[in-house]
Design a protein around this ligand. Structure first.
Ligand code: GZL
Ligand code: ZN
Length: 346
């Protein structure tokens, strides 16, 4: 092909290319349109899959931050290891996500990676448990439960029970199967109990972590039963532990129930999402469950939408929760100036 022809061909190709590009100008209206329905990319680091509560929480998050709702969700499960969550956050930063959502396993050890997110200009939303960082500007906001209030409510319910049943405080012999040590749920629920033990003079025999799982709840309860023969209250920091503990109690030939005076062992718990635990509540095998609501998906979605529209969400967003019980005599508990009703489950 002669030089001239070659040049003409090149110019022709360039012209076609230009038109093609201009063609994309027409589609700019669609890009304009898509910019109105901008896809928000979220990196979500979930701590693990230890309990029914956690599964319900994960489901809720994935349903809310869905493609249909305008999200591109990158979901990573930390398998109960903080190191995995830190790796996930670093990956999200590399991928330049629009938001990071973190459900932290335990409260400490987040300062460095959250500083890296801040340096990258990526807002961080904390969900469920809390992070304990020196600089609170490292996260934009948090949504979850007031865990110490959950513990206070349960302790107040136990106190009401002893008064109504005419049981002396010193005759309450309690073991606490704790949650994952260092998690906000464990810290708050344990504090609610230990403050009441001091205030009312209850006998707290022992506390040990059941890591929020059924297997560990069973093992810890079995070891408590081998060590103590006067346990009459088992404070389980979540329902999965309570189910394991009830197995161990019944395997030891003892009875669970609220009739402490006639030798039953009272089991109380937290969450209220596990079907088996709710069944035990109806049967009176669990006497009281402090609700811990896992459905944070829509709440996180609302926080992101507030941020997307240039708003400033509240820094700390608490979820209102109740007490469930099968003991009809106690219909409310009072903590300080506040009275909380109890949902009696038949
Ligand atoms: C509480 C949550 C706890 C639940 C447990 O918000 O962090 O972790 O109470 C779960 O069931 O494993
Ligand atoms: Zn009293």
């Amino acid at each position: 092909m002669g030089k001239k022809t070659h040049m003409v061909a090149m110019l022709l190709l360039l012209a076609i290319f230009m038109v093609a590009c201009r063609g994309s100008v027409v589609s700019e209206t669609t890009t304009e349109q898509t910019s109105e329905t901008k896809v928000v990319t979220v990196g979500f680091s979930q701590l693990g899959a230890e309990s029914d509560w956690r599964s319900a929480n994960t489901d809720s998050m994935l349903q809310a931050l869905s493609k249909e709702n305008g999200y591109n969700l990158i979901y990573k499960n930390g398998q109960q290891k903080q190191a995995n969550q830190v790796t996930a956050l670093r990956m999200f930063i590399q991928q330049e996500v629009d938001y990071i959502v973190l459900a932290p396993e335990t409260e400490t050890g987040w300062d460095f990676v959250l500083q890296e997110a801040k340096d990258a200009g990526i807002p961080v939303i904390i969900v469920d448990r809390r992070v304990d960082v020196a600089d609170r500007s490292l996260y934009t906001c948090w949504v979850g439960s007031d865990f110490e209030l959950e513990g206070q409510k349960m302790a107040a319910w136990l106190h009401e029970y002893t008064e109504k049943a005419g049981i002396a405080s010193s005759d309450l012999h309690i073991v606490n199967i704790q949650g994952t040590i260092g998690s906000s749920a464990q810290i708050g629920r344990t504090r609610g109990l230990s403050n009441a033990v001091r205030e009312y003079g209850w006998d707290l025999l022992a506390e040990e972590s059941g890591d929020f799982t059924e297997v560990r709840g069973r093992e810890v309860m079995a070891s408590f039963l081998r060590e103590y023969d006067n346990i009459n209250v088992v404070y389980c920091e979540n329902d999965n532990e309570a189910i394991g503990a009830i197995d161990a109690i019944e395997a030891a030939g003892k009875r669970v129930g609220s009739d402490i005076k006639n030798g039953e062992i009272m089991v109380v718990s937290f969450d209220g999402i596990n079907a088996q635990a709710l069944e035990y509540l109806k049967q009176g095998k669990i006497s009281c469950i402090a609700e811990c609501n896992p459905l944070h998906g829509p709440r996180v979605q609302a926080l992101i939408e507030t941020l997307e529209s240039g708003g400033t969400p509240e820094k700390y967003n608490y979820v209102a929760e109740t007490l469930f019980s099968s003991v009809p005599e106690i219909t409310s508990v009072t903590i300080g100036e506040e009275t909380y009703s109890v949902d009696i489950v038949k």
